[in-house]
Design a protein around this ligand. Structure first.
Ligand SMILES: Nc1ncnc2c1ncn2[C@@H]1O[C@H](COP(=O)(O)OP(=O)(O)OP(=O)(O)O)[C@@H](O)[C@H]1O
Ligand SMILES: [Mg+2]
Length: 350
């Protein structure tokens, strides 16, 4: 009886290139975002003629290609010319003028940063950048605690374009009026992908990440439908990966509807990165764990508090447990260490 014919052997896999499903993976082309990319690139065009560029606010909900499209523009810029320096800063990770200055120095490979104040660092940055032109992308700009760096750039760096990215257009309007009128922002909206666009994006990932024909049509249709309903491509990437892994674990040679159904409750927007504050909080905690992988949960909590995280320890801990449940992080108990029993948290990647 061919009892095991359709079963995978231990060394077989359905996934040929799992990396393609990483959130940070940069596809060669950013489909369906051409018009937004042209609008943003337009703001940078004057820089090619050694004139000052325009500034732009990019806004839209989570997981719809804002970061991807802007990073893609920076890459193209870098390939096109040496005369314009691309700088990308994530303002959740670098949320004050000082930290942003340090990060930009790092990108410019300016090593003499110790004991220098933010203003001094920005003077050094200006000295370097004013020999050329610069494009700045400040992602998650609503997470920045002050905007002094924007004043500084618009005053001291002669030829630049600033791109601000946010989920919350309205929050930016609480930015002080003087700064807003100085930046004179253009607006570029990213809308949600249509059903067909969602399908196109996921199909491309399936083609690169999985061996041919392992997804049944019904299972893929369900993955597309659910991603479209959630309105967030990150959820789609997780569905593809988790369903694929589940099918592999069951030694199945194809990914069926039941695999997708089984993992759907583990792929709520809350676990990934959503538009509400709650969702954002979970993701922020995940970023902290990623950057401090191997620390104790309590130490990560202290860092979270330093970054003005508002949750009390118990709620924070619940979110870490949730991340563990969804296999973003691993919690290891260490018994009888120097500080007695502790729990260490490690980042597992996305
Ligand atoms: N057009 C596209 N083609 C291929 N992949 C895409 C496309 N749009 C989004 N993605 C993928 O979806 C995920 C989310 O995109 P991105 O990080 O750009 O979202 P975002 O709009 O910046 O969301 P957030 O506001 O939460 O930061 C990424 O992994 C990205 O590669
Ligand atoms: Mg983003």
């Amino acid at each position: 009886m061919p009892l095991f014919r359709d079963m995978l052997h231990a060394d077989e896999s359905l996934l040929k290139n799992e990396q393609v499903l990483d959130f940070d993976y940069q596809p060669k082309l950013v489909k369906y975002r051409e018009s937004q990319q042209f609008a943003i690139a337009d703001c940078m065009k004057p820089l090619f003629n050694k004139r000052d560029g325009d500034n732009v606010l990019v806004y839209g909900t989570s997981g719809i290609g804002k970061t991807l499209a802007c990073k893609h523009i920076l890459q193209e810029l870098e390939q096109e010319t040496d005369a314009i320096i691309p700088i990308y800063v994530n303002c959740w990770e670098h949320n004050t003028t000082y930290k942003i200055a340090l990060n930009i120095c790092e990108q410019l490979q300016y090593p003499f940063t110790p004991n220098k104040k933010g203003v001094e660092l920005f003077q050094k940055i200006a000295e370097r950048l004013n020999k050329k032109s610069a494009v700045f992308v400040f992602d998650e700009i609503d997470k920045a605690e002050d905007f002094d760096f924007l004043y500084f750039i618009s005053e001291k760096i002669f030829r630049n374009s600033i791109v601000l990215i946010t989920n919350f257009k309205s929050k930016l309007f609480s930015m002080d009026k003087r700064l807003r009128s100085r930046l004179f922002l253009e607006f570029v909206e990213f809308n949600k992908y249509t059903f067909e666009e969602t399908r196109g994006i996921l199909q491309e990932r399936v083609d690169y990440a999985f061996f041919k024909d392992v997804w049944t049509k019904e299972a893929f249709d369900l993955a597309v439908q659910k991603t479209f309903e959630m309105g967030d491509i990150r959820c789609g990437l997780l569905i593809l990966r988790k369903a694929g892994k589940l099918a592999e674990n069951e030694s199945s040679r194809s990914i069926e509807v039941n695999h997708v159904e089984k993992i759907l409750d583990k792929v709520d927007k809350y676990a990934v990165k959503g538009s509400s504050d709650l969702d954002g909080e979970t993701r922020n905690i995940l970023h902290l764990i990623r950057d401090n992988s191997g620390s104790t949960i309590f130490d990560v909590f202290k860092m979270y508090q330093k970054k003005k995280g508002k949750l009390v320890y118990r709620s924070f801990y619940r979110k870490v447990k949730h991340l563990e449940l969804n296999k973003y992080v691993r919690i290891k108990k260490i018994y009888g260490g120097k500080k007695g029993n502790t729990s260490i948290v490690e980042y597992l990647g996305l």
